[in-house]
Ligand binder design. Structure first.
Ligand code: ASP
Length: 238
């Protein structure tokens, strides 16, 4: 179903939605919502497990899990890696969830963005901040690019896509500043030529972008399995 498109200002509508969902007696609910915090609000009101499939600019936990799995498969271990996340950090739920996940797993996380797209106080999450992409790339084991979240921007945050690519786009020349075997990642959907050059996105052996999608299926299956185990045991079909 389409949850309310409204903001949290219409909290009452969201609570009504939660009550309706609860009355359906689902074994689990997956929610993607445009408002940050909406998933928490609903999960507080329903009896079954709730999986956050992305809430506004807040969090996207399964994306972080699938990214961590992809990195682990490619690099063997996450602890000790230098992982650079570049792009629209301010509006990115992917960045936030990955920062929490990857620092917890022992990676050194660097975040790069134009000053206007860097959230204030982000250092408190244990990351190092950069406005110069070239400097941040030096010694990086993984380079994770983010899409400009235009749908969440009010006003102009960048001069032009062309200028943005010039300073913050990942092209072959810039990629050479990272470690020679640095992994290229992007949560998708990609804007080729804006945050990432096409030949970098498709670089054989280096780009993990399609593997991220593949791992997304596995991770989400695992989450649904774990979250519905109790319900299945009660119903006798576990
Ligand atoms: N697919 C991701 C998300 O839902 C990333 C993006 O849209 O840029 O946040």
């Amino acid at each position: 179903m389409h949850a309310s498109q409204s903001s949290l200002k219409k909290g009452e509508t969201l609570i009504d939605t939660a009550m309706t969902l609860n009355a359906m007696r689902a074994d689990g609910i997956v929610i993607r919502h445009a408002s940050s915090g909406a998933v928490q609000l609903i999960s507080d009101k329903v009896d079954c497990p709730v999986l956050n499939a992305g809430d506004g600019t807040h969090e996207h936990p399964t994306q972080a899990l699938l990214d961590a799995l992809t990195i682990q498969r490619r690099k063997g271990e996450i602890a000790g890696l230098t992982i650079t996340i570049c792009g629209d950090v301010l509006h990115s739920r992917v960045a936030r969830s990955n920062i929490i996940c990857l620092t917890t797993l022992g990676a050194q996380v660097r975040v790069v963005s134009p000053p206007a797209l860097m959230p204030a106080g982000i250092e408190e999450f244990g990351v190092t901040t950069f406005t110069d992409f070239n400097t941040a790339l030096d010694g990086s084991d993984v380079v994770m690019m983010l899409r400009l979240q235009n749908e969440r921007m009010q006003g102009d945050f960048i001069p032009s896509p062309r200028e943005y690519f010039h300073l913050y786009g990942l092209d072959e020349r810039r990629l050479a500043l990272a470690k020679p075997d640095a992994l290229i990642m992007h949560p998708g959907p990609m804007n080729r030529g804006v945050e990432i050059a096409s030949n970098v996105a498709d670089m054989a052996g280096r780009s993990a972008i399609t593997e991220q999608v593949e791992m997304g299926v596995a991770v989400r299956m695992a989450c649904l399995d774990i979250l519905t185990r109790k319900a299945r045991a009660v119903e006798g079909w576990a």
